[in-house]
Ligand binder design. Sequence first.
Ligand SMILES: [Zn+2]
Length: 157
Amino acid sequence: MKYIDTARFCHDNTKLSGSLMALDLPRLAAEVLPHSDFVVDWTAEGVSPDFMDLSLKSTVQMTCQRCLTALPEQIDVSYRFKFALDEATAQAEDEQTDDVDMLVHARQFDLLELIEDEMLMALPFVSLHETCPDAGALAFLPKEEKQNPFAILKTMA
Ligand SMILES: [Zn+2]
């Protein structure tokens, strides 16, 4: 699976699914915690005459912007796309509706690229733990205080 003939895909109500890994999605791999692994489970379903439903599920390790350690983010998104015959029609229809995202029919449509684009869009803009793990927070304290956490409490009181 990489290219689909979109007209046939929609007309036949084709259903495809699979799993993609970090190696398949280098642009996404560059945005998550370095060297972390992930799997993206995807389903694409043609809906006659011109629609495609795309679902993506994954858990990716992001980097917490506060403590710089791993932060798992669950991605679970669904989109409906509509294919137009040409770019001008796609743009015109795109301005008229918020319900679907417009794409252009192609004999060799790059489904992999679309999946990667949508995964990138689904990533949180900023990743932050609700409460950062203690180990991460303590790593930023000077050595002496790290050895004796009670010393910190004393100075705070
Ligand atoms: Zn954190």
